[in-house]
Write a protein that binds this ligand. Structure first.
Ligand code: MG
Length: 173
């Protein structure tokens, strides 16, 4: 039997990695980043949004983006990652009994270059807009890996995301 504790917050985490390649677009958290490398991906490949979607879905125990938006489905070929996030948010706030509000999300992006600091504010605003929450509920952080590992060698980007959601209604099953 499923159970939802009354007003109990739920945490989810997400993780994703995309490889980097010359002359491909780089978009993170819905924001285009000027860079000579971009993400190798089936869709536009916003690795940060992919991790965030998995964190939100995980918090609601609704599977992962691979389940809802399979690579094999031509409908999702080249789809803007922001649309995936919109669909995930709609799933969480849907009409079914276990609908949720997003309390806050926190994203850590590991990327050697370029430096992301100039884009962090726009990223937070963009994600907040898509999720219909305040900018203060969205945290985006960036780090390098001190040139260590595949991230440090500029071969890829690694992202961790956390999300806390809370049931809107005092349902208990
Ligand atoms: Mg991905």
């Amino acid at each position: 039997m499923d159970s939802i504790l009354i007003n109990s917050p739920r945490v989810g985490n997400g993780y994703d990695v995309h490889a980097l390649k010359e002359r491909l677009p780089m978009r993170l958290c819905g924001v285009d980043i000027p860079s000579d490398k971009g993400f190798v991906a089936h869709s536009v490949g916003d690795v940060a949004i992919h991790a965030l979607c998995d964190a939100l879905l995980g918090a609601a125990a609704l599977g992962d983006i691979g389940l809802h938006f399979p690579d094999s489905d031509p409908r999702y070929k080249g789809i803007d990652s922001t649309k995936l996030l919109s669909e995930v948010v709609a799933m969480l706030s849907g009409e079914e009994a276990n609908k949720y509000s997003i309390c806050n999300v926190d994203i850590t992006i590991a990327l050697q270059e370029p430096k992301l600091r100039p884009y962090i504010d726009t990223m937070r605003e963009t994600l907040a807009g898509i999720m219909n929450i305040g900018k203060d509920q969205v945290s985006v952080k960036a780090t390098t890996t001190e040139r260590l590992g595949f991230v440090g060698r500029g071969e890829g980007c690694e992202v961790w995301a956390s999300a806390v959601i809370v049931p809107n209604n005092e349902y208990q099953y």
